[in-house]
Design a protein around this ligand. Structure first.
Ligand SMILES: Cc1cc2nc3c(=O)[nH]c(=O)nc-3n(C[C@H](O)[C@H](O)[C@H](O)COP(=O)(O)OP(=O)(O)OC[C@H]3O[C@@H](n4cnc5c(N)ncnc54)[C@H](O)[C@@H]3O)c2cc1C
Length: 395
């Protein structure tokens, strides 16, 4: 089917504005990405590298900078290779530096589990803003429409392109839509794939210290009773920390009469070894984030409908207990990139013709693996957040 034929199939009454002027690049596979988070930007960079004509729609502004840190495991490195981003990724500074020991401590600071170097996966730790800048840099040449929320109107089909509408009413049609619109994905609901969210039963504070911080040469995740604290040294000497506690859903510092989430975190972990309080105290109030943790109530068995694919948290929101949410999003981006690259290399006269088949393969590749991760993360969270009277601070 030609691009002209495809354009003719747009439903009657649809207004095709300037944003929709995407039917002019005859022969290119035109892909819209909803969401400029890690999964969306990675997909955009990879798909553009594969030869598709990609545009990103992000409802937030360019200067909304993500806070806190993130750990990426070797599967992310492999995904970066498929995305064509390997070189830059290898050069991106990351922590922890040489000589840092990975350990698990008790709330009193006693090391209970020193991980030998061979047992440590090659984990890389980044400030989220550094990772985002790298992904944005990797999207050079890809139009990114900031401050532009879009919704899917029509998921398309074998002979019909998918349709998006922006908040200002502009419509556009696409060979393929990658919806990386996060935990509360509206696209997942539109596609009737939403199983709802499950509150995990615990909340997490995260922060990055304002300057260099001394962790005594240690990194890791420390477990107490219904509480955990993580210490993650970054490349520039600052430290990303996270603090997890079992809490009722929706509790906030303000609701508890506290001045800030920094104060709430400090109070929650006041009885822990002194390094914990020092990291919290060394973080600016505005840099302490708090999120109740959720995952999908049930893993999805497919990640697409018609010409619309879900990716990242939209497809498989999981608890962060294995540190694999973003990594799984990078794997989605890599899978889509590999499939599109193969389709384009096949030299089809109309590359958009078999998008539905391509997404069926995508679902088969990604959904079972992501489901296993989601379940494993949930299990890990249950174990980690258990009540252990003997592990209470001071016990
Ligand atoms: C406490 C915590 C710690 C974590 N630690 C790790 C870790 O160490 N390692 C790891 O791999 N993962 C970790 N994760 C998970 C990881 O943060 C997420 O899996 C990842 O950031 C999800 O990326 P995403 O791009 O799918 O979604 P998001 O980052 O949520 O991005 C979605 C984007 O879509 C945009 N959007 C939404 N709707 C629309 C719309 N209609 N139109 C346009 N734009 C829209 C949003 O503005 C947003 O920018 C952690 C999560 C938490 C909560």
């Amino acid at each position: 089917m030609s691009a002209v034929q495809l354009t003719r199939q747009i439903p009657q009454g649809a207004t095709i504005g300037p944003m929709a002027d995407n039917s002019t690049e005859r022969g290119a596979l035109r892909i819209a990405v909803i969401g400029g988070g890690i999964a969306g930007l990675a997909a955009a960079a990879g798909l553009a590298n594969a030869g598709a004509a990609v545009e990103v729609f992000e409802r937030s502004s360019r200067d909304s900078v993500p806070g806190a840190g993130i750990s990426l495991f070797p599967n992310s490195r492999a995904a970066m290779r498929t995305l064509g981003l390997s070189d830059g990724y290898e050069r991106l500074s990351h922590g922890p530096g040489a000589g840092v020991r990975t350990v698990m401590r008790r709330p009193n600071g006693k090391v209970v589990l020193p991980f030998p170097a061979w047992a440590r996966p090659k984990v890389r730790m980044f400030h989220r803003s550094a990772l985002r800048e790298f992904l944005l840099e990797s999207c050079r040449g890809v139009p990114i429409h900031w401050d532009t929320a879009v919704t899917v109107d029509d998921d398309g089909g074998p002979h019909r392109r998918a349709m998006l509408t922006a908040a200002d009413g502009q419509q556009s049609s696409w060979d393929l839509v990658v919806a990386a619109d996060g935990l509360r994905s509206a696209t997942r609901r539109f596609l009737s794939l939403d199983p709802g969210l499950r509150y995990a039963g615990y909340t997490a504070w995260r922060g990055v210290t304002r300057g260099r911080a001394d962790t005594g040469g240690m990194a890791g995740e420390d477990w107490g009773s219904r509480q955990r604290f993580g210490t993650v040294p970054l490349a520039d000497g600052r430290v990303y920390w996270f603090a997890v506690a079992t809490k009722a859903e929706g509790r906030t510092a303000a609701a508890e009469g506290l001045a800030s989430e920094k104060e709430a975190a400090a109070l929650e972990f006041a009885d822990w070894y002194p390094g914990v309080g020092a990291l919290i105290a060394g973080t600016d109030e505005a840099d302490v984030l708090r999120h109740d943790l959720y995952d999908l109530a049930r893993p999805l068995s497919v990640f697409h409908r018609g010409r619309v694919a879900l990716a990242g948290d939209a497809a498989h929101a999981m608890t962060p207990d294995l540190g694999q949410g973003a990594g799984a999003g990078l794997e989605d981006a890599a899978a889509l990139t590999a499939l599109v690259r193969t389709a384009l290399a096949g030299g089809a006269a109309e590359p958009g013709a078999d998008v539905v088949g391509l997404l069926e393969r995508y679902s088969r590749l990604r959904a079972p693996k992501a489901a296993r991760l989601l379940r494993a993360s949930r299990l890990m969270g249950r174990v980690a957040q258990r009540e252990r009277k003997a592990w209470r601070p001071g016990a």
